[in-house]
Design a protein. Structure first.
Length: 297
């Protein structure tokens, strides 16, 4: 549905991402009192979708599911659908991304959350195909199951949602009391998952993950661990000399689609540039390596 046969409440928003969904057959609402009040009055769960305008899989899910009239009918009849631009509301995104990571062990965008009218989540995930595919449940299946559960066991759903909120609060409180052994455990996790040949972490797609660089540099300085610094140096050098580095426009693409940093996903984000720049700056402060100071031909 790429025409303007449908128009929803997002038509009055300023966000480019939200406006991209203003003509979906899904009756989207922006985040706000109106959506939550409607969900409470009609006793419907809230279907929350968070993304941003240059997110590839956000557009895929929109094309496959949110432009599908049948899936839109399920959403419109049984849910209050809310769209959030994570670049406009990073505060909302941060909360529900934490929930997704806590519930599933992973995260990403589009972020898909189903929650009570009070905003308490009981389901979380990222991209879902419209129908079951390769062992992954489709959005249609997920929505239909939630509709049945909401009808037959609403108390169970509310209990699950409250358990999730309670676990989230405990996680936040625990994170504020960081112990030395927790820092060591984090370092060991990074060390075990480090790609000793190509740098970076993981064996499939490679993301720059500058926050890992910040951590390893501080671990090296405070614990005198040379291996932490070696991980930093290998990663930053392979990134700089790999295809993820934009040789024409400078800066870095969002990630590499394979482990050697050779083939980039051709998407550049401003926040990535800021975080990566800080990683190279801090690496220069520690090593005085001119590559990190200049970082361009």
């Amino acid at each position: 549905m790429k025409g303007k046969e449908f128009t929803n409440s997002l038509i009055n928003e300023k966000s480019p991402y939200l406006l991209q969904h203003a003509h979906n057959p899904v009756n989207w609402y922006p985040w706000g009192d109106e959506a939550f009040q409607l969900a409470g009055e009609e006793e419907k769960p809230i279907f929350l979708s968070i993304g941003y305008s240059t997110c590839h899989w956000c557009h895929v899910m929109a094309r496959e599911s949110f432009e599908d009239p049948e899936i839109a009918d399920i959403l419109n009849e049984n849910f209050v659908a809310v769209k959030v631009d994570r670049e406009e509301r990073p505060d909302i995104d941060a909360i529900y991304m934490k929930v997704c990571q806590m519930m599933t062990g992973t995260g990403g965008w589009p972020l898909t959350i189903i929650m009570t009218p009070e905003g308490e989540p009981f389901f979380a995930g990222t991209y879902f195909p419209p129908d079951d595919r390769g062992g992954v449940p489709g959005l249609r299946t997920i929505l239909e199951r939630v509709v049945l559960l909401w009808k037959n066991d609403p108390d169970g759903i509310v209990k699950t949602a409250r358990d999730v909120v309670s676990a989230l609060k405990k996680s936040v409180a625990k994170a504020s009391k960081l112990k030395p052994e927790t820092v060591d455990a984090a370092y060991e996790y990074l060390r075990r998952n480090f790609d000793t040949r190509n740098g970076g972490f993981g064996s499939y797609q490679k993301f720059p993950t500058p926050h890992n660089i910040y951590f390893l540099l501080r671990y090296h300085l405070r614990r005198g661990d040379d291996e932490a610094l070696r991980m930093v140096n290998l990663t930053l050098r392979r990134m700089r000399y790999g295809g993820i580095y934009d040789q024409l426009g400078y800066g870095f693409h969002r990630y590499a689609v394979e482990p050697t940093w050779t083939v980039p996903h051709f998407e550049k984000m401003l926040y990535d540039q800021a975080l990566i720049l800080k990683a190279y700056l801090e690496a220069f402060q520690v090593t005085c390596d001119d590559l990190y100071k200049k970082n361009r031909p």
